[in-house]
Design a binder for this molecule. Structure first.
Ligand code: MSP
Length: 651
């Protein structure tokens, strides 16, 4: 690839124990768009993504599932992640897993470089550790004593650890940020990092006294290297020959690791720094960050199946301003796909190409070049320059906005020239109009290629061209025979949100059951919801003994408005089927906290719901299973069961 400009882009390596969400897909798709854009410009691109596997969360997750060999578990999960990226048409050139030997070698080598520099020393650490972040946190990071991202109370830890002399690099880092205004983008993140660094950097602990999982410290086998120190090095181990990265892409949650610790590590070991770090915003659902710990994750595979891969990619790049937080909405997705992608762009391509097939035997000649065409060509050229600038600045939203304006130009031109009339009156000038239109189709195709690669590939085929590059924007398609025209995108249906989506049904483990002191038929249950414990009041007395219920995994409507029942507040409601005075408990084999879902319905729990809304759903028990309409209720792993043969309403 001699002579080509190198371009190296990365995404964060995601925690292997997670399930890919639209949030992860957002970063990965954006990085894909950037990578494809640079390939279009003719650059030698390396796009790296991968998985962070050495976290303690990996071992915990494997244990929870009863898998003894955590490596096997990561292999299984890695397959799933790779599958998601294949479905979403991600064109990564490399995939790195931190359990691979090629990575571990780089980590050990890098560690020794820092050690020999005198930047690692042994010390005692006392403080708080958030397992969600896999990082030490300070009181000032917390909100109400909890990590604001993971909503969990961090653990107090006292450990003998190895420390990295981060403080030594404070001034050097500040100077680098000042001298390189594009190092951290966008500006708000740069300011945030600068003020954090100016408050004073403290040395960080980079080891944990753990033996069972992770990369042992080359100088002390009783410790493993802190997972972030290890994970960041994927950017070097995963793309031999490409360092330094042109851009590290991520969301704003992990900028301190990337903008502070990572550059200082590199300075210490004597490596070049990445050229830029770009942090985009969070995808939110009703204003809350989408994340596993909050239980509001949307499955990108579900979206891809329901709306189409290009459609999802298009919406994420068009509907949300890159760099800011944005609320994800399937209604907005459907509206944009229907009004923009289908009604404007795809429609213009199809009407032009199908007309050329019908009226001109698939041939295009010389494009018309009258006053109007000259004016339009100029407008389009100007837009192309602007669109390139937008892509370079990661302003995908405006790039698409201007591509849509080119689509408008094309549609208007076609409409006003009325080739279907012209073909009879003046066939020669009609062919000029068609050739001019076909060239607009070509321009739109090239400009859209990074975002909707499948669509662009199909249009290339219909245009009967080789894969087009940026330089083809200025080449005219003339005296050319096109291929068959076919409709690529059709309108998508947006089915209004299902009322089930707002319910938050979860598995809970019953820890203790007591008699209600004020009521004959009620029990008071203490339950474990995975992330928290709650009290429920339930009318099970006379149907079940206390002993029977204790230890059972039941199903709870966890976002029901709390209600006082004879003086005791019930924080949610357990579910049971009922018929003719008989009661059957809904049970599950899954973990406390597991989401109960109805296949195909995105869960978007409201904060608190009314019992009336729940009852309107009309859940029913049949054949030992529970149904919402015709959908069986289940957790990701298994269907719910009713523990007695009772068929009837569930409440
Ligand atoms: N393993 C670390 C990263 C190590 S990189 C050396 C980690 N993993 S993660 O699985 O939690 O991924 C965090 C990243 O996932 C975010 O920075 C972002 O790129 C992406 N996102 C996950 N959820 C997201 C949203 N809801 N919104 C936007 N981006 C999201 O941190």
């Amino acid at each position: 690839m001699a002579g080509k400009m190198k371009f190296y882009i990365t995404t964060p390596i995601y925690y292997v124990n997670d399930v890919a969400s639209v949030g992860h897909a957002y970063t990965t798709i954006a990085a894909d768009v950037i990578a494809r854009f640079h390939r279009l410009l003719g650059h030698d691109v390396f796009y790296l993504t991968g998985l962070d596997e050495n976290s303690q969360k990996t071992v915990q997750a494997a244990k929870k599932l009863g898998v003894k060999d955590a490596k096997k578990y990561t292999d299984r999960m890695a397959k799933k992640w790779k599958h998601v990226w294949e479905v979403l048409n991600i064109s990564n050139d490399g995939f790195i897993r931190t359990t691979e030997e090629r990575h571990r070698r780089v980590v050990r080598d890098f560690f020794m470089k820092v050690y020999r520099k005198g930047d690692i020393y042994k010390g005692k650490y006392e403080g708080l550790y958030c397992e969600g972040c896999e990082a030490f946190v300070t009181e000032s990071d917390l909100v109400d004593g909890k990590c604001p991202l993971h909503k969990k109370t961090p653990k107090k830890i006292t450990e003998e650890n190895y420390f990295f002399r981060l403080s030594k690099y404070q001034d050097k880092l500040l100077k680098h940020i000042e001298k390189n205004p594009d190092f951290i983008q966008p500006g708000v993140r740069r300011n945030e990092v600068v003020s954090f660094v100016k408050e004073g950097l403290k040395d960080v602990s980079i080891s944990r006294p753990i033996k069972e999982w992770g990369i042992p410290l080359p100088i002390d086998k009783k410790h493993v290297i802190w997972v972030w120190f290890d994970a960041l090095l994927n950017y070097i181990s995963g793309a031999p020959g490409y360092w330094p990265a042109d851009i590290h892409l991520m969301a704003k949650d992990i900028i301190r690791f990337h903008c502070v610790i990572w550059p200082c590590m590199l300075m210490s070991a004597g490596y070049k720094l990445p050229k830029s770090i770009f942090a985009h915003g969070f995808l939110t659902i009703n204003g809350q960050k989408m994340s596993k710990s909050l239980g509001n994750v949307i499955d990108p595979l579900y979206l891809a199946e329901k709306f189409g891969v290009d459609q999802v990619r298009y919406y994420l790049m068009r509907g949300i301003t890159f760099g800011e937080d944005g609320d994800f909405s399937t209604r907005d997705l459907a509206d944009r796909v229907n009004n923009e992608l289908v009604a404007n762009l795809s429609n213009f391509c199809y009407r032009t190409l199908s007309f050329i097939n019908r009226a001109s035997e698939g041939r295009i000649g010389k494009a018309a070049n009258g006053e109007w065409e000259k004016k339009l060509s100029k407008e389009i050229e100007k837009k192309i320059i602007d669109i390139k600038r937008c892509y370079m600045n990661y302003n995908f939203r405006d790039a698409v906005k201007q591509i849509l304006e080119i689509g408008d130009i094309g549609n208007r031109y076609f409409q006003e020239k009325q080739p279907w009339v012209l073909i009879k009156k003046d066939p020669k000038s009609c062919k000029g109009v068609l050739a001019f239109s076909a060239n607009i189709v070509k321009v739109i195709t090239i400009l859209l290629k990074p975002i909707v690669p499948d669509f662009a590939g199909k249009i290339e085929k219909q245009l009967n061209t080789k894969p087009l590059g940026w330089k083809d924007l200025s080449k005219r398609l003339e005296n050319h025979r096109i291929g068959k025209a076919e409709i690529i995108f059709r309108k998508v249906d947006y089915v209004g949100e299902d009322p089930f989506a707002s319910m938050d049904l979860r598995v809970a483990k019953v820890e203790k059951v007591e008699d209600h002191p004020e009521a004959d038929k009620l029990y008071v249950l203490k339950i474990d919801l995975g992330t928290e414990k709650r009290t429920l009041v339930a009318g099970l007395k006379g149907h079940y003994s206390k002993k029977y219920i204790e230890g059972k995994r039941i199903v709870v409507v966890s976002n029901l408005k709390p209600a006082k029942l004879r003086g005791i507040e019930s924080q949610g409601m357990l579910l049971a089927a009922e018929k003719g005075g008989k009661v059957g408990l809904l049970v599950s084999d899954d973990e406390p906290g597991a989401d109960v879902i109805a296949e195909g319905i995105e869960k978007k729990p409201s904060k608190l719901i009314d019992i009336k809304d729940f009852l309107k759903l009309g859940l029913e028990a049949k054949n030992g299973k529970v149904y919402y309409k015709d959908k069986v209720l289940r957790t990701k792993r298994k269907e719910l069961r009713v523990d007695k043969k009772i068929e009837g309403k569930v409440s």
